[in-house]
Design a protein around this ligand. Structure first.
Ligand SMILES: [Zn+2]
Length: 268
């Protein structure tokens, strides 16, 4: 998506941001208006944050769970609901950050030069040597699924790709990093690279911003009740930590059906 935004507004002049929701802007200073007239040197990404690079200062935005993006060509001045902010660029399309569904958690940050803001807390990128080292030698006692989703540990993977990565690596949703063998660690690292590379290939076929329905990229995530693409068994789901994880029992847990911990607590 950052690449598509780069194609749409890269090299243009930033013309301002119109806040369309009170709570979307997460910074007080500098004001977005103070950056008007700056060149959009590029549109980049760090973890799940998209970044308008303005030659020192940056504007970051995060889609969270329900955030979506419209590239508006020609630019619009409507006030759609629910929307968060519209970024404007001289002579180029506008970029609308909006919300889909009821989770209103997408946000944006205006960052002065040298201020990393929310980026400062991010772990390494998933395809970096630093993360490869962590997977290969790390003694983290947490579940791999939890670790993959923790943006301070590795930045950019959400629960959808975490499900697909575990399925690809044939690891149980309940496996911990510390408990993995050398072969399992190698399989995990290979899965991180393959799943994200394949996701990028699919994402690069998209045109425009980011549409409402984006789950079609996943191999197993959200596909419980349908056949496993590897073995044909029914994919299952299990809930923990307020998340649902999709997995294949024959491929990932030796055939074992995982207990739904939230449900068993309620039943007890
Ligand atoms: Zn399977």
């Amino acid at each position: 998506m950052a690449e598509r935004l780069e194609a749409a507004v890269g090299g243009s002049t930033f013309a301002g941001a119109t806040a369309l929701q009170f709570s979307g802007l997460k910074t007080f200073a500098p004001a977005a208006e103070s950056l008007v007239g700056r060149e959009v040197v590029g549109v980049g990404r760090r973890g799940k944050f998209a970044l308008f690079e303005l030659g020192g200062p940056r504007i970051a935005f995060h889609l969270s769970q329900g955030g979506r993006v419209d590239i508006e060509d020609p630019p619009k001045t409507t006030r759609p609901k629910p929307a968060v902010v519209r970024f404007r660029f001289d002579g180029r399309p506008s970029v609308l950050l909006k919300e889909f569904g009821t989770e209103r958690r997408a946000g944006w940050w205006v960052l002065a030069e040298g201020d990393d803001g929310p980026l400062a807390a991010l772990g390494p990128e998933p395809l970096s040597d630093e993360f490869a080292e962590l997977v290969t030698t790390g003694k983290d006692q947490r579940r791999v699924h939890t670790l993959l989703r923790d943006q301070r540990t590795v930045a950019g993977i959400g629960r959808g790709y975490a499900d697909d990565i575990l399925h690809r690596a044939q690891l149980s949703p309940y496996d911990t990093l510390a408990g993995l063998s050398a072969d399992e660690r190698a399989a995990l690292l290979e899965a991180v690279h393959t799943v994200l590379d394949e996701g990028l290939v699919l994402e690069r076929k998209r045109a425009g911003g980011l549409p409402t329905k984006i789950g079609d990229h996943f191999t197993v995530h959200g596909r419980h009740g349908t056949p496993c693409p590897r073995c044909g068994a029914d994919l299952r789901r299990v809930s923990y930590e307020s998340y649902e994880v999709t997995y294949c029992p024959p491929c990932q847990t030796g055939g074992k059906i995982l207990a739904d911990r939230r449900l068993s607590r309620l039943v007890r």
